[in-house]
Design a protein around this ligand. Structure first.
Ligand code: 59G
Length: 229
């Protein structure tokens, strides 16, 4: 019972998600052979910077986003960037990249100066996403829903964001019923992942602090989106 306009919305979001991905030449760098903690950190920084650029382009294609108050647009991007990148990197792990990206990505993350205490929640999240075997449309909608979270810090017109997020949640709920008829709890499961994502923000803030303590440098785009330096 997906309506015509919901089909149109699904197409716009899915196309935007598929169109905006990290360029292959950047992703391929994961496979190069330097494996020092320094080299890993630099590579992951390049990945994250490229991913933020991809995320901004994807977000601009979310119907209604560009009509939001401009400060709120920035607040939504800043508030959701880490969560969206956890979601995206989780897809890399779970879709078993053909060229072995997932193993090297895991290895580089494990050896990039992140302390053990953050590894467990991070890789538990990756596993919990992997077992869901989300289809592309679900991944795209879940990313859009994450970006359109009304209660991010400094968002002024939360109702305007809710009005954009609600149709996405409606559509995702219907899609889950269609894609996973044998799992009636599937939609609730996805929303549970969004809650888990929010806890990862706190771990990530700690990760940033400890990297900065060890004098690690980020790119201007990451400094801007994460309010560092
Ligand atoms: C600054 C840096 C050290 C950092 O700080 N926190 C995190 C960070 C970490 Cl370590 C985990 C989760 C989230 C963040 Cl922000 C990171 C690294 O963030 C990444 C962001 C995104 C990718 C990523 C995305 C897509 C793809 C694809 C694809 O789509 O085909 C192929 S390879 C790949 C790689 C990796 C790492």
């Amino acid at each position: 019972e997906i309506t015509k306009e919901q089909q149109a919305l699904m197409k716009v979001i899915a196309d935007a998600y598929n169109r905006h991905q990290i360029p292959q030449d950047v992703a391929k760098k994961l496979l190069q052979d330097q494996y020092s903690a320094e080299e890993n950190f630099l590579l992951l920084t390049e990945m994250a910077t490229s991913q933020v650029q991809v995320l901004v382009e994807f977000t601009k294609n979310i119907p209604g986003f560009l009509s939001l108050n401009h400060e709120d647009q920035i607040a939504l991007l800043k508030g959701s960037a880490v969560e969206a990148m956890f979601l995206r990197s989780a897809q890399v792990f779970s879709k078993k990249m053909p060229n072995g990206h997932n193993e090297v990505l895991e290895d580089r993350i494990r050896r990039s100066g992140i302390s053990e205490e953050f590894m467990t929640p991070m890789f538990n999240f990756y596993k919990s996403i992997g077992v869901l075997h989300m289809v592309q449309e679900e991944q795209a909608l879940l990313t859009a829903i994450t970006i359109l979270t009304p209660d991010r810090p400094y968002v002024k017109d939360q109702q305007a964001v809710e009005r954009l997020q609600e149709p996405m949640l409606d559509l995702l709920r219907k899609l889950c019923v269609l894609q996973h008829p044998q799992k009636p709890q599937y939609f609730a499961c996805l929303l549970g992942r969004l809650t888990e994502l929010r806890t990862l923000n706190y771990y990530h803030a700690e990760m940033l602090t400890s990297w900065r303590m060890n004098d690690h440098k980020f790119t201007p785009l990451l400094c801007e989106i994460w309010d560092v330096e």
